[in-house]
Design a protein around this ligand. Structure first.
Ligand code: G6P
Length: 602
């Protein structure tokens, strides 16, 4: 994972890079570091721990320069430690690099270089890049980077500085994201757009095997043969406000609260904006089945969507974990539409699933939040969630935007397949258009959810149950809770309780039951009674709950809506519940331990 940033320009690179790193910290936060280059050579400050400790260290050991690179780490090779932190330098201190990715052949390169007498100081795969570049250095940094990149197997986004060409900042990438930002006072490389939004919204998206050479006033691109490339400068429409906390204690709460607006934007775009054109161009009648593949919450969005597609389109839908997809010899061919769902568009497993699907001839459609990301670029078709930058590691608004896009896709497909009449379609669309206001209604009642969540911090384990589409959203409720509160949690289909999980229910176990499927109310309520009679305390969330709250039962009602779209409302309560449980435990909600937002390693 890891976040990288680099700057060359007229300003002191250190505060510029520190500010960028703060916005990249969601990508990894076990160590951080900065290297600048000035007349004295490289100045490097790096250490294990959060960025705040790096800032203190820089206060004690100031460095400055108008060119520099920075890194925030999520360890893969080599434990989080001062020495394993980036930037890494070659042993002659002539090349400095920051790296996001994994070098698969680092051991072979390391041994080769060690035999030539080069000594290594860290346990990382990344150090070999600096050592190899220094070893290969020809007097021409572009040539050297090409030679070095050609020798690397694996994935990398790199920022590189050379003592011998001190005015140049070099970037190159393979399978990990990197953008180039162009500002008035200088130029940037960064893992993503929010890192540089304070300075510019003008970016180049670097493709695999492209090299960017930045000086304070120029940006040039080359291919791996060293030939110049022309690239278009693009303007990003994300605002800086959307990447700031705006008075909220955590990004997660801010992003939960933004949902009515982003839902509206996403619905609008799918009905009459850019997404609408793409959706209309898809000929669903060509496909015999649909496969949705994704990771984490995006997978849960797929689980919800399966119910909607199957119900409305009567087409068979499979939902696959992207990490499993390519290893299972999937039964897909040119008659399959493979839908990839990803906030970042950079999740390594989802990228691999996409490539496998394409290799087997399937047509791919991606639902992505980050414009210019790998999946967005490589998929045959892409539609965008209009969620804006999402900073908290645990996704909320991007998930909600994915859901409404998937619903609207299902409706468009159902129409094309002749499965729904224009009247039914109009009714379904009207239901979806009502989601933003209904979401806002729930958010107005945040205090009661907060109060209830405060009483739940002591549980060691919390189960989530639901039936049908409520089960699909229970998966997301459970994931949200465990991600940020560290409370053990699992989600079950209500009917499965009796096949094992009920043995875990005892006095003071907590169960959250979702109930938005009216026709299944009696069934889920009987599950609730079963667990209450075994000592559990239950929170029911839904819009068809007949039971009255009691000593063992709490009820949170949500507005009425078509069962198929109810996950968009129940999830808001589930997000708030998870958030306030974690907040009451005083945890670092935006950066939960061991997690990273964009998982660019397998
Ligand atoms: C990480 C994040 C999750 C996210 C998942 C997939 O695990 O913590 O919130 O759902 O990756 O990410 P993607 O960018 O592909 O949606």
């Amino acid at each position: 994972m890891c976040g990288i940033i680099g700057y060359v320009g007229m300003e002191n690179a250190v505060p510029v890079i520190l500010d960028g790193l703060k916005r990249l910290e969601y990508r990894g936060y076990d160590s951080a570091g900065i290297a600048v280059l000035n007349e004295q050579g490289f100045g490097v400050v790096k250490q294990k721990g959060r960025l705040s400790s790096l800032e203190k260290l820089i206060d004690q050991h100031p460095i400055d320069g108008v060119i520099g690179i920075g890194h925030t780490r999520w360890a893969t090779h080599g434990e989080p430690s001062d020495i394993n932190s980036h930037p890494h330098l070659g042993s002659q201190h002539r090349i400095a690099i920051v790296h996001n990715g994994i070098i698969e052949n680092y051991q072979q390169i390391k041994e080769r270089l060690q035999q030539k007498g080069i000594s290594f100081v860290s346990q990382t795969d990344s150090e070999v890049i600096a050592q190899l570049a220094e070893y290969y250095y020809t007097g021409n940094i572009v040539e050297t980077v090409i030679k070095t990149a050609n020798a690397l197997e694996g994935s990398f986004a790199l920022g590189i500085m050379s003592l011998d060409e001190p005015e140049k900042l070099i970037a190159v990438k393979q399978d990990n994201p990197l953008i180039i930002g162009v500002a008035e006072h200088g130029n940037f490389i960064a893992s993503d757009v929010p890192a540089i939004l304070a300075h510019t919204n003008k970016v180049y998206y670097l493709n695999d095997k492209e090299i960017a050479v930045l000086t304070g006033s120029t940006v040039e691109f080359f291919n791996m043969d060293g030939e110049p490339l022309h690239k278009e400068l693009e303007v990003v429409n994300w605002s800086l406000d959307s990447a700031e906390k705006g008075g909220y204690e955590h990004f997660m709460l801010k992003e939960i609260m933004e949902q009515p607006k982003i839902l509206q934007d996403t619905i609008h775009s799918a009905l009459s904006g850019d997404n609408a054109k793409i959706i209309e161009s898809l000929d669903i009648a060509k496909y015999k089945k649909i496969v949705i593949t994704a990771c984490g919450s995006a997978y849960n969005a797929g689980m919800v969507a399966r119910y909607v597609f199957e119900q409305l389109c009567r087409v068979s839908v499979e939902v696959e974990l992207a990490s499993e997809f390519r290893y299972k010899d999937p039964i897909i061919d040119r008659d399959t539409l493979v839908i990839l769902v990803s906030q970042s568009g950079e999740t390594a497993d989802t990228i691999a699933a996409m490539r496998e699907a394409k290799r087997r001839g399937a047509v791919t459609l991606s639902i992505i939040n980050v414009v210019g990301s790998t999946i967005a670029k490589e998929a045959d078709n892409t539609i965008y969630t209009m969620a804006g930058p999402e900073i908290a590691v645990a996704t909320t608004k991007a998930f909600s935007a994915q859901l409404v896009l998937l619903y609207l896709l299902a409706i468009a497909f159902a129409r094309k397949l002749g499965r729904i009449s224009p009247e039914v379609e109009a009714k379904l669309v009207a239901d979806i258009k009502s989601i933003p206001n209904k979401a806002a209604e729930i958010l107005e009642r945040v205090d009661s959810i907060q109060k209830y969540a405060a009483s739940c911090v002591g549980y060691k384990s919390i189960f989530f149950i639901g039936r049908n589409i409520d089960y699909a959203i229970a998966l997301e409720g459970s994931l949200k809770l465990k991600e940020i509160s560290y409370i053990h949690s699992e989600a079950y289909a209500g009917g499965e309780l009796k096949h094992g999980t009920i043995s875990l229910i005892e006095d003071n176990t907590m169960v959250v039951a979702i109930s938005c499927c009216e026709r299944l109310y009696e069934k889920i309520y009987s599950n609730v009674e079963q667990v209450i009679s075994r000592g559990a305390k239950v929170l029911m969330i839904g819009n068809c709950i007949k039971a009255a709250p009691g000593e063992k039962l709490e009820v949170i009602k949500i507005p009425a809506i078509n069962e198929l779209f109810s996950p968009s409302l129940s999830v808001i309560v589930l997000q708030l519940f998870a958030y306030y449980v974690a907040a009451n435990k005083g945890l670092d909600i935006d950066k939960p331990r061991n997690l990273a937002k964009s998982v660019t390693v397998e």
